[in-house]
Design a protein around this ligand. Structure first.
Ligand SMILES: [Zn+2]
Length: 202
């Protein structure tokens, strides 16, 4: 345990101050205490010290997501929440306030003043990153990093068109494509509608 980790301190020395609402082998789900920003605000926290969420193994990520899902359901049923926001703040610039990984769960209530405001609304729109040129650069910078925490991108099979062997299959494929096109059209309409919405972010 590092010198100044409040979470490790609570886990090891003050378990009476931890308001546990869920637990797995490697994680606690505890209520934000003593000053929650929402009724039932919960943190998913690894029991062992992890500097950030990026230190979790693939198995631990799965475990945390399972617990997260459980808590989202529990606050929805138990507190009658109308919605839930989940945030992961990674590293100081990302808003991580404690040097010990955590995932935050905020139950949302339709009667609240901030109901309907997406958590992403803290990001204001920036004109200078809206050009196609910037998008191209950003896209290649991210894709070229080829990190692949669990499965490196390089090793992922490329999507290829299925080889057609018979007319029957061909017809079936055409039908599928037609349906896909119709679906795309519906999605396109929805996307355009979404773009027209005045919401600052999502
Ligand atoms: Zn710690």
């Amino acid at each position: 345990m590092p010198q100044q980790c409040p979470f490790c301190y609570f886990i090891n020395n003050k378990p009476e101050d931890i308001w546990v609402v869920g637990e797995t082998e490697n994680f606690y789900a505890w209520l934000e205490y003593p000053e929650p920003r929402a009724k039932g605000q919960t943190n998913i926290v690894p029991k062992e010290h992890k500097e950030s969420l990026m230190e979790l193994t693939e198995k631990e990520w799965d475990e945390a997501m399972g617990l997260l899902r459980e808590i989202v359901q529990s606050v929805t049923i138990g507190l009658d929440a109308d919605g839930v926001s989940v945030t992961m703040n990674i590293k100081e610039a990302g808003g991580q306030m404690v040097p010990h990984a955590y995932i935050q769960i905020f139950p949302r209530f339709s009667g609240d003043e901030n109901a309907g405001t997406p958590t992403g609304a803290i990001f204001s729109k920036k004109q200078e990153i809206q050009s196609e040129e910037v998008f191209q650069k950003v896209q290649s910078s991210i894709k070229d990093a080829e990190v692949g925490v669990n499965k490196p991108l390089k090793q992922r099979p490329k999507v290829s068109k299925r080889h057609m062997e018979s007319t029957e299959e061909q017809e079936e494929k055409e039908k599928e494509e037609e349906e896909k096109e119709e679906e795309n059209e519906r999605n396109k309409n929805a996307a355009e509608q979404w773009k027209r919405m005045k919401r600052g972010s999502y």
